[in-house]
Design a protein around this ligand. Sequence first.
Ligand code: 4AD
Ligand code: MG
Length: 463
Amino acid sequence: MSLRRIVDLLRTGQPDESVTIQGWVRTKRELKEFAFVEVNDGSSMAGLQVVLNQDLPDYAEMVKMLNTGASIEVTGVLVPSPGKGQRIELQANTVKVYGEADPETYPLQKKRHSFEFLRTIGHLRSRTNTLGAVFRVRNACATAIHNFFQERGFLWVHTPVITASDCEGAGELFTVTTLDLKKVPLTGEKAIDFSQDFFGKPAYLTVSGQLEAEIMAMAFTNVYTFGPTFRAENSNTSRHLAEFWMVEPEMAFCDLEGNMDLAEAFLKYVFSYVLKHCPEDMEFFNQRIDNSVLATADNIINNEFARISYTEAISLLEKTDRTFEFPVSWGLDLQSEHERYLAEEHFKKPVIVTDYPAQIKAFYMRMNDDGKTVRAMDILAPKIGEIVGGSQREERLDALERRIDELGMPKEELWWYLDLRRFGTVPHAGFGLGFERLVQFMTGMTNIRDVIPFPRAPLSADF
Ligand code: 4AD
Ligand code: MG
């Protein structure tokens, strides 16, 4: 038995080859003397057409079982396909049914289901064309990310999921505790007594691996983390998840320019890789989901991103006759409508906005000489808005301490972060790319919940 993946057979299978395939039935067509079954094993968008002749043993009973969703194994011989749409097909000699799927109750039928409906059957939706293509592209993106950094000598470091620090200072933390919620121990001042908790202090699911990545960059120069991050943001939007994956490179001896150059090269690389490795899936997105997907990819790969300062962005937004829900003035945290206007309508390509007001950015960003703005950079993408957030970090001990004090943050708890500025400090920079937003951008999928296999969002943690 030569067990093969369907994608390989479709690409390189030759007539007269004896092969075995395993997979799930997508469709069945019965004619008088034979039946066609399309089998998909997830390795490609297209399935393999299997032909069953009526002289097979138990033909009638067998065909009855081969309904959409049934799992089967077929052994046979490849033959040139006389039909349209495929080069070869599999002439079955033996068919084994592993598990049937009752057509009366199997939720996925031939018709096109809405993505909302598919979210209610998260245990089955990956068997559809669209979600199948999404998760293959997602896999290719992840591979491209590792390749990009590995080719450039970056060390992949694993930062913790459980942490005691709120990197972004936005207070969107999920607490990790083993305290008995029915009998929470209290201190004399009636605060929760975390000294009795598992870690002896409050602990959270991480919102970002950056602070730990900075530690590692101070030893390995160039590092990246790539893993799940958690935010208890109660925002039910098509771009927010409570659990999402983030890619965070961190580079020592690097400033904001170097950071932007790397981020731009990185996005171009990932797009090129996916176009090369998932051409059928990308074609599908362009035809069925968003007909600008391929043009967007081409635009990313072949054009330089625009670069402007926050102050310039604000004056662009003030000049347009467009009315925004959130009125524009210097100091405003750009909202998705502003970000999309800039990327989608004004520049018609990704734009990197730099030097935001300090008061709307996190404590660790390097203060500019004007004392008002910080060396931040966000990459705004058409349709998505912010896809990357990054900065040059404050490497000067006195400036960092001043900022931490201004914000009233607990300096003692950040002693190790300050130590990095005491011992061998260097200019350094990094960024975070929202992995699901990247997959959305690449595929044109409008809802972020449809680009992660098991979305976590407010009131939604099934499957
Ligand atoms: O801009 P953010 O908050 O930056 C950081 O966390 C930095 N520590 C990164 C760094 O410099 N190492 O988040 C980075 C990116 C955003 O640009 C966005 O793409 C994505 O993470 N993101 C989310 N994606 C999905 N759901 C959410 N709730 C997200 N919040 C942020
Ligand atoms: Mg951000």
